[in-house]
Design a protein around this ligand. Structure first.
Ligand SMILES: [Zn+2]
Length: 79
């Protein structure tokens, strides 16, 4: 085993270490059901009714789901 493969295994172990999150700090966010990115909320007033739509940067108009698991747009996390 050479030096570079050993250090990559160490990086994987580091990544898998569980991160303690206090449940009281977990706030569900509206996320895209396909990619778990946070959606952008748009509100329209049409005929006196507020219409709310959610937009995913990748999947466009989506029906969001609420989840405490969501992804920010950084590479390296695949759900
Ligand atoms: Zn999406």
């Amino acid at each position: 085993m050479n030096q570079s493969s050993r250090s990559s295994i160490a990086a994987i172990v580091e990544w898998q270490r569980p991160i303690y999150r206090d449940p009281t700090t977990l706030r569900p966010e509206q996320v895209c059901p396909h990619c778990k990115r946070k959606t952008t909320e748009y509100r329209f007033m049409i005929d006196g009714h507020i219409i709310v739509t959610h937009h995913c940067p990748e999947h466009r108009d989506v029906i969001p789901m609420r989840s405490v698991i969501f992804r920010d747009d950084y590479t390296g996390f695949v759900s």
